[in-house]
Ligand binder design. Structure first.
Ligand SMILES: Cc1cc2nc3c(=O)[nH]c(=O)nc-3n(C[C@H](O)[C@H](O)[C@H](O)COP(=O)(O)OP(=O)(O)OC[C@H]3O[C@@H](n4cnc5c(N)ncnc54)[C@H](O)[C@@H]3O)c2cc1C
Length: 533
């Protein structure tokens, strides 16, 4: 009887042509030699033990136990076996720590993102607590609050699993996740100690030891400026929540291993991170880091889908030959590869800029470029991840729709990427707000294209330049409603143009032109002229 061989994964570092080739381009040879062992090991885990554990853990979900047998409120969270292993491996392999140890200066951020990229697709969004942990470490370090830095940062960036803490980020309330200025949580100061009262509506990775959150000190004005950024520790030494009631865990479409809770803060002790106002501004370093993680996660899930679909195409036979020999199936796969590669280069470019900004080796222009590319990269890669995941499932036919193949979770988990850490529209409006953002992207695109004289890439370069020209002429309008209405099309155009330019630069360096040429034939320019609507 016929038996279908399932898709399989090898060492996810060795098998990733794009990652290896990219690292060979951006890392000096001695740095690559130094970091490669850690990537080979993470690639082995991701394609081996962790992947097997992920498949075995498929039906497990975190649980909330609100009461013990004797009527005490305990609000205990139990994680699944995969997540418990993921936490240990993340700490031991420095998936957060690498960025702070800075063995290779600004390039440590690239190294860390490569580790996260390999680790993420086999650990069912354990990237979520890691992203917030990384963001909390960066925010505390930026705050200059020495007491909190000494108290928490060593735990957030340690490699010792026994000492390792993760962080939550509690912003969203019922009143709004985008418009957090509406937050209702109040901070009351009694005898020099702040206590928080309010309801937080989405709090992911509620098993974390600490959280950064927003609350309004009594007497502060309404709006974002009147909020302050607070640090709190979630449980006392006996493991009891510190005046925090976990009302329930969310029943979500995806990210089901992530315990996302609704909370009531009922006098939770908290400390100001950096002054009694401007909380939204002060939490920005955290959001920049979690948005970078969002992009890296998006690319990593795309890459996982493509890896599985490519392997399956070699094994699945239809109409007399493996799918991998069918021109149309190959063409579809190549399109997914091009999308993935484009997203990869943009996400890692933002990692490079982030690394340089963290070590102070960034010019004023590139700091502005990072400011505009962070939301652009987050929004475009989130959208690409959903499209690629959906197409990957179809590449498996009916099997892609069947849960115990482990494939549908790719689509469900990808769908969160455009929503959390800023929705597409909210980030598009943010992109529009960055003064001279377009100018910086124009300069960055020009740098990518300047040395590329190869006629085989000329058409792709022309498409990139023309899309930017179109965006620039569109931006000249001063009509605010028109600008707002077109913000998404503007941001998508900037994102795909930057991706195309990076692909072209890379194609020129590597002499591998397929993805750049193919990506250039996809939609790059989304701008609709003002008289077109
Ligand atoms: C699985 C999951 C986990 C989460 N974990 C956390 C967490 O740990 N911590 C946390 O703080 N939050 C978390 N969130 C919340 C998430 O960040 C918010 O859901 C998100 O920011 C959107 O906020 P909202 O749900 O209030 O939607 P709204 O702000 O009500 O937005 C609704 C829609 O309106 C659009 N919109 C809003 N303003 C505008 C505008 N000016 N112009 C055009 N369109 C606009 C948005 O794009 C969106 O499409 C999580 C969400 C999910 C799904």
């Amino acid at each position: 009887m016929f038996q279908q061989a399932p898709p399989a994964l090898g060492n996810q570092y060795h098998d990733d042509r794009v990652l290896r080739s990219y690292l060979a381009r951006v890392l000096p040879a001695d740095v690559l030699r130094d970091v490669e062992e850690s990537l080979v090991e993470m690639g082995r885990l991701a394609g081996g033990e962790l992947y097997e554990l992920q498949l075995a853990d498929r039906l497990n979900e975190p649980t909330l136990t609100q009461w013990d047998a004797w009527g005490n409120r305990v609000d205990k969270i139990e994680l699944t076996p995969l997540w418990r292993v993921a936490e240990r491996i993340a700490a031991e392999h420095g998936v957060v720590a690498t960025a702070y140890e800075q063995r290779h200066g600004s390039l440590s951020r690239v190294h860390q993102c490569a580790l996260a990229y390999l680790f993420t697709p086999s650990t069912d969004i354990y990237s979520c607590p890691l992203a917030m942990t990384d963001g909390a470490a960066r925010t505390l370090l930026t705050s200059g609050n020495q007491k909190l830095i000494e108290r928490a940062v060593p735990h957030l960036i340690t490699r010792d699993p026994q000492q390792f803490w993760t962080a939550g980020q509690w912003m969203t309330e019922l009143t709004g996740g985008s418009d957090v200025g509406l937050s209702e949580t109040v901070a009351k100061e009694v005898d020099g100690q702040f206590r928080l009262y309010g309801r937080k509506w989405f709090t992911s990775a509620i098993s974390s030891q600490i959280a950064l959150t927003l609350a309004r000190p009594e007497g502060n004005p309404p709006g974002g400026r009147g909020l302050a950024l607070f640090y709190l520790e979630t449980r006392d030494d006996d493991g009891h929540p510190r005046n925090i009631v976990i009302n329930r865990l969310k029943d979500k479409l995806g990210t089901r291993k992530v315990p996302t809770a609704e909370l009531t803060l009922d006098g939770t002790p908290a400390q100001l991170v950096r002054g009694p106002t401007d909380g939204v501004r002060n939490i920005a370093p955290l959001l920049n880091i979690t948005r970078l993680w969002n992009g890296i996660s998006a690319v990593s899930l795309m890459r996982r889908g493509v890896a599985l679909a490519s392997d399956y195409a070699r094994k699945r036979v239809a109409f007399g030959a493996p799918l991998s020999e069918k021109p149309l199936h190959r063409d579809t796969l190549a399109t997914l590869e091009a999308e993935t590669e484009a997203a990869f280069h943009l996400a890692f470019y933002v990692a490079e800029l982030t690394g340089r900004s963290e070590t102070g080796e960034i010019s004023e222009e590139d700091a502005l470029l990072l400011r505009v590319l962070t939301p652009v990269m987050k929004l475009i890669t989130g959208k690409q991840a959903v499209v690629v995941a959906s197409e990957v499932l179809e590449m498996f036919g009916g099997a892609g729709y069947v849960e115990d193949t482990g494939l549908p979770v790719l689509l469900r988990d990808s769908q969160v990427l455009p929503i959390w850490e800023g929705t597409t529209n909210v980030l598009a409006l943010d992109t529009l707000r960055v003064k001279h953002g377009l100018k910086q992207i124009e300069a960055a695109v020009a740098r990518c294209l300047d040395d590329v004289g190869d006629p085989r890439l000329a058409n792709a370069a022309r498409i990139a330049r023309s899309a930017l020209d179109h965006a620039s002429s569109w931006l000249s309008t001063t009509d605010q409603p028109t600008l707002e209405a077109g913000a998404r099309r503007f941001a998508l155009t900037l994102g795909r143009t930057m991706e195309l330019a990076l692909l072209i630069k890379y194609a020129h360096w590597s002499n591998e032109h397929e993805s750049a040429r193919r990506f250039a034939t996809s939609a790059i320019d989304f701008i609709v002229d003002h008289d077109g609507l």
